[in-house]
Structure formats: C-alpha cells, structure tokens
Design a protein around this ligand. Structure first.
Ligand code: NCD
Length: 313
C-alpha cells in the first residue's frame, strides 16, 4: 500500500492491521516519551484546499510524534488565488522535499487523480475529497467503536455483529461513505437514516439497511449511533423544511439517548452543530465519544503514516 485514498481499497487484514497499529500508537501516546523515530528526516506536507480543524492538527501531531518534519499549506493566502494549478502547487511542495502529501480538497476524486497522475512520487493520503471519502476518519471511528465495545485488547478482531446506525446528511458525507465501506469489510451491520432528500438514490448497492426516522432505527437498539453534521456549505437548496423539524425527526436528543442501552455509544466526527443533529447534553454525556475520537485520530494517523512508510514506493 503506497497511498491511502479510499477505505474501499482495504482488505479485512489490512484494515484490522491498521486498527491494531492504532492501538500500538495509542500506547506510545501514553508514554513519558511520546515519540517514535520512524519518520526522522522525512517531511509530511499537509495540503488543505478546504477548511479543517481536527484533521489538519491531528495529521500534524501524528507526523511530529513520528519525528517527521511538517509543512502545512492552506489554499487561503497561497498562490492558488493567483491561479496556480494543483499540479504546480504539488510539484512545488515536492521540490521542497515532501515525502507524504496529506490532501484535502473540495472536489471528489482529487486524491486518486493525484496518486495516479505521476506528478509527484510522494505517498498520497486522502484527508477528505468533496463528498467522496475520508478514510482516516473511518479508521479512527472504527477504532473507537472497537475499543469502546470490545475493549482495548481487541487486537486481531473486526466489528462482527455490531449494529451501527448512521444518521444525518449522508448525501454530502465523505465520512459516511468511508465508514460504510470499512464497516462492511469489518463485519458490522449498518443502517442509514436521513430525510429522503439527504440520502443518495442508489444506496441499494451499499450493503446497508435504511430507515426513514431516527426513532425507527433506534427500535433495533444499535450499539453505535453515528451522527453527522448538516453540511450547509455543500447545500444548494433547502433539503429540509426547518432546523426544528430536522432535530425532531433526525436529531440525537436527550430523550432519544435515554431510550438507548447504557453501552450504546454516540459518535460525531466534528465539527458539531449543537442543537441540530446532536443535543449539547448528548455530546457531553458519558456515552458520547466525541473527544475520544479526536484523541484516537492522532493515533490512527500515526498508524497510517507508519504503515505507508513500510510500503515499497
Ligand atoms: C468531517 C469532514 O471534514 O469531512 N470532519 C472531520 O474531518 N472531522 C466531517 C464534517 O465536516 O462534517
């Protein structure tokens, strides 16, 4: 594996190995000396054409924890505003010594295009491309599920038999897509819940069940409820009548949390619209894994950098 573009490309063995390596990296993060020398002398370039808080900071922390040098590029304030092309931007970064390019872009398919283009030799890691994929988010999410539901020493295992409900703006969500492919590979059962306007028409090929309201989906007592952000910046028209109607039918409210078993976890990749897709009290409850996901995210990205380093270029 030279690049990480899509969770669809991962075999079950590769996926479980990445989760196990994430567990190893979490142990390193818990030590007094939190660093490994793996990437000493290498440079990780974070190339972000779209806004990010968690993903960018977490890739920076992961690269530093593996002793890499880090350079961060954000499109705002760069020569992109002068019309510089993606190819020229990337070749400029590689000329400065980038061994890894962590790429976020508003257009679906950009990471794959770059990986196959021959423009650069660096390892390419997709940090979110449009509405397509966000594979490291899915790795940190599935790792969070495994460690919460199966315990810290679940090395070697997948998520067989675990019921996951994903609720919200599936249509615009690369997080949902990457999670669906990875959850299927790991043996979990997935139910998608969204207003009809926010679910793609063709999910019949996704290997998932669907429900029309969150209450319908919660009837089956899922082990995981993954809430997704309403992606207002990708919406071109009204996809639901009002925010209060949205939270009434599809929001993770305190009343809905009270109906779940104590062991069910509630996830959100962030950034959250508190009070819309998730109530503030739910996000702050012991069943919420929101901050744990962020902490696991650094370890998961360390695992990806570590694994790709071991790969032949
Ligand atoms: C997600 C993203 O950017 O795709 N956020 C993240 O990476 N933590 C989800 C989102 O923006 O809603």
């Amino acid at each position: 594996m030279k690049h990480l573009i899509s969770t669809r490309d991962l075999t079950r063995e590769q996926a479980i190995s990445l989760l196990d390596t994430t567990a190893d990296m979490l142990e390193v993060r818990g030590r007094d000396v939190k660093k490994l020398p793996t990437l000493r002398g290498k440079t990780v370039a974070n190339v972000f054409f779209e806004d990010s808080t968690r993903t960018r900071l977490s890739f920076e922390a992961a690269a530093l924890a593996l002793s890499a040098d880090v350079s961060t590029f954000t499109a705002a304030g760069s020569s992109v505003s002068k019309g510089e092309s993606l190819k020229d931007t990337l070749q400029t970064l590689e000329a400065m010594g980038a061994d890894f390019v962590v790429l976020r872009h508003a257009h679906s398919g950009v990471a794959e295009t770059v990986a196959n283009s021959g423009w650069i030799d660096a390892h390419v890691i997709n940090a979110g491309d449009g509405t397509h994929e966000h594979p490291t988010q899915a790795l940190l999410d599935t790792f969070t599920m495994r460690s919460r539901l199966r315990g810290a020493d679940a090395r070697g295992s997948g998520l067989d038999g675990i019921d996951v409900t994903i609720v919200g703006d599936i249509l615009h969500s690369r997080v949902a897509r990457s999670n669906v492919w990875l959850l299927n590979t790991l043996g979990a059962r997935v139910t998608l819940v969204a207003p009809k306007t926010l679910i793609p028409a063709d999910v019949s090929a996704w290997g998932v069940s669907t429900a029309l309201t969150l209450d319908d989906a919660l009837e089956s007592n899922p082990d995981v409820v993954m809430t997704l952000r309403i992606q207002k910046e990708r919406m071109t028209s009204g996809f639901f009548p009002s925010e209060s109607e949205y939270s009434r039918f599809w929001g993770m409210t305190t009343q809905r949390l009270a109906r779940l078993k104590d062991s069910t976890i509630v996830m959100h990749p962030g950034p959250m619209n508190r009070g819309l897709e998730i109530a503030g009290a739910v996000a702050d409850s012991p069943q919420s894994t929101v901050t744990e996901q962020v902490a696991n995210g650094v370890a998961a990205r360390m695992a990806v950098l570590y694994t790709l380093t071991g790969a032949e270029s």
